[in-house]
Ligand binder design. Sequence first.
Ligand SMILES: [Zn+2]
Length: 189
Amino acid sequence: MSEDERQSIERFRAEVIEPFAAIRTDLVRMGAASFVAEVTDRATPERDPQPAVYRTLRQALEMIAGGDAELAAMWFAAQVLVLAGYAPVVDRCVVCGRAVGRSATFSFALGGSLCAADRPRDPEAVPASAVALAAISFLREASPKALARVSFERPQRAEVESLLRRYVEYRLEVRLRSPLVIEQLGRLR
Ligand SMILES: [Zn+2]
């Protein structure tokens, strides 16, 4: 990025984005809401209503309206994966069951983290930090109440969001449109 471009982005931020912080917050909420709506739509076949998914959706929407909207969307993705029988294995290697250590990867096909030795089992596995895996483990188990008490740092948020979104896409066999909105809004902060 050139210096001119960088300055024009800075100016855009200062003159256009900052004065509309409330709208930006609303846009993040709208992005999160459209994400959970889209995931729900894909996760619930028409003739097969799933009360647990809708109950979770309701809880997520309450948090999106009044709490940390992005975190609520990530929590919802983790919960839907669990409800659909695809709970991500993130506290050990999904192949050998040993601790994964620092240089772990996450396999969408195998549904969990891989230790260094088992990494070749899935050439498509992506790097996953220990912090992100721990965050996903938390989101998988957390109640809405517990969720309201935590905060995720921005780089960690981006990694967790990306891992969960891609795993949802892999399992539900869709390319989700809404999460991109959240990512783009995130870059404007
Ligand atoms: Zn292993």
